[in-house]
Structures are given as structure tokens and as C-alpha cells.
Design a protein around this ligand. Structure first.
Ligand code: PAF
Length: 277
């Protein structure tokens, strides 16, 4: 049965009762889709107990972003968690997470300034602050993050290494629909026509290895940007090939592990995707 926890007191009581057990944790902002459910299945297979958090974290959204309109289908989410056999749901409200007088921020330098960080300046501080709090609140053995937010996964892994947090961060492959479109709660904002265009994103990223056989990285990036423009995306924030761990520009493509990453817009909806090369 799913135990729903809404206050820190009940969460800590639940956590005390799990002493000695392996706790798998899947942090989410809700609007659960197959991608989240695959993280939960993995957590279930590797731990004694699985806890999922649903918290739309206000401090990782900029004032012009979609915090107010972000989907919050809590009843449906609860049903999904019950059906899949999650043990506990941690669903605090904003005041429980950030009581009056809250003034602390957790910030990772370096990698957070690149790519997403350049377009969403305070985003990663909001993410690392809330994930740090969630890790302190839950003290999970393992925590599961989708590779769809690839930079977020690298940033959180770095925070955990730097701060000696005793939780193993596990990155899980992107869940895609049949066309290759990465599943995202924000896909719900797209019209059928926009979805058709969105489905092109992954096929363009898939072309990166081939392009790199005949051209250098800068040329391959320009080529992909042009194809995305022609496919109908309204704006392309970036489409780049980077070192897979640091996300810095590649110095030696024969020696470094690489990843292609993109952020694009369809009207007011921003989509991200990435793939290993
Ligand atoms: O990836 C997300 O859904 C969020 O950024 C996270 C990790 C739950 C923090 O709010």
C-alpha cells in the first residue's frame, strides 16, 4: 500500500521505520509518464523500499517560465504509484519545503554555467538546493535520474561527489515513444502539428555520428542546427557536441567520450534531448 507523506514529521517517522533497509528514491515534479515509471521499476528491482517525491520546485523556475502552468495531476499520479507498487510518496507543499526565513542555497560551480545554465541562469541552483534537501530528508541508498535531463544528472553527480553525500546516483536511459521522441511532462503542451515537428529532434541528433565522419564538430553542429530550422522548430537555443562528463567543448574527438545535446523551442514550449555518440 502507498503511504502518502506530506509533513517532515511523518517522513522522518517513515524513514526511521526503514532503518537497515536499502531505500531507492525517485525525485519527480509529478505528471508521471512511462519515463518516470521506468525509473521506479529500476528502483524497485534494486532496493527494499521505494519512495517517490512529487514537488514542483518553485526555485528552479525563472519568473518567465511555466511554474504556474506546470501540470499537477496529483490524483492520477497517486493512482499510478499505487498500481506500480511504490511504498511511499513524499509530497510536501512549498511551505513545508521552504518555510519562512529559508535562506540557504546549494550551488555547483563550473558545469552549471554551460548550456542549460547559460539560458536558465538560476535553474541549477534551484535544482541542487532542492535535491540536497530531498537527500537530507530521505537519506536514500540510491537515487534515480533520467538521462533526458543529462546536464542535471552530471550536476547532481558532481554535487554528491563534492559534498560526500552517501547516496549512489544512478542515471537511466531516456524513455522514448515509437518515433524516438523523448517522453517529457512538457510534451503535453504540444499540439498534434507541433508533436510532428518535435519528433524530428531525435532523428537529427541521431545523425551526429555520421556527420562527424565527414566533417569537424563545428560543421556538424551547424548542419544539425540548419536541419532543425528547416524541420520547423521556432528557435534553437543550442545543438552541440560536448565531452560527455564535463559538457565542455571536445578537444580530441578520438579520445573523449562525447554527447550531442540540444534545446529547441516550439512556440512557448522548450524541449531538450541528448544522445551518446
Ligand atoms: O528532474 C526533475 O523533475 C527535477 O529537476 C527534480 C530533480 C525533481 C528536482 O526538482
Amino acid at each position: 500500500m502507498l503511504t502518502v507523506l506530506k509533513s517532515l514529521e511523518t517522513l522522518w517517522l517513515w524513514r526511521e521505520q526503514q532503518d537497515g533497509k536499502d531505500i531507492g528514491f525517485v525525485p519527480t515534479m509529478g505528471a508521471l509518464h512511462e519515463g518516470h515509471l521506468s525509473l521506479i521499476e529500476k528502483a524497485k528491482s534494486e532496493n527494499d523500499q521505494v519512495i517517490v517525491s512529487i514537488f514542483v520546485n518553485p526555485i528552479q523556475f525563472a519568473p518567465n517560465e511555466d511554474y504556474d502552468t506546470y501540470p499537477r495531476p496529483l490524483t492520477k499520479d497517486r493512482e499510478k504509484l499505487e498500481k506500480i507498487g511504490v511504498d511511499a510518496l513524499w509530497a510536501p507543499n512549498a511551505l513545508e519545503m521552504y518555510p519562512e526565513g529559508f535562506e540557504t542555497s546549494v550551488s555547483v560551480a563550473g558545469i552549471t554555467q554551460l548550456l542549460e545554465g547559460a539560458y536558465r541562469p538560476h535553474h541549477f541552483d534551484g535544482v541542487t538546493t532542492v535535491v540536497n534537501k530531498l537527500f537530507n530528508q530521505i537519506r536514500p541508498t540510491r537515487a534515480y535520474f533520467g538521462e533526458k535531463d543529462y546536464q542535471q544528472l552530471q550536476v547532481i553527480s558532481k554535487m554528491v561527489r563534492d559534498m560526500n553525500i552517501n547516496t549512489k546516483v544512478i542515471g537511466c536511459p531516456i524513455h522514448r515513444d515509437k518515433s524516438g521522441l523523448a517522453l517529457s511532462s512538457r510534451n503535453a503542451y504540444l499540439s498534434p502539428e507541433q508533436l510532428d515537428i518535435a519528433r524530428r529532434l531525435n532523428s537529427v541528433l541521431k545523425s551526429a555520428p555520421d556527420l562527424m565522419r565527414t566533417m569537424d564538430i563545428a560543421e556538424a553542429e551547424t548542419k544539425m542546427k540548419n536541419i532543425l530550422g528547416q524541420a520547423g522548430f521556432d528557435k534553437i537555443d543550442y545543438v552541440v557536441i560536448r565531452n560527455a562528463e564535463t559538457l565542455k567543448p571536445v578537444k580530441n574527438k578520438r579520445e573523449e567520450e562525447m554527447r550531442v545535446l540540444a534545446a529547441v523551442w516550439l512556440d512557448k514550449t522548450r524541449l531538450i534531448d541528448n544522445m551518446g555518440i
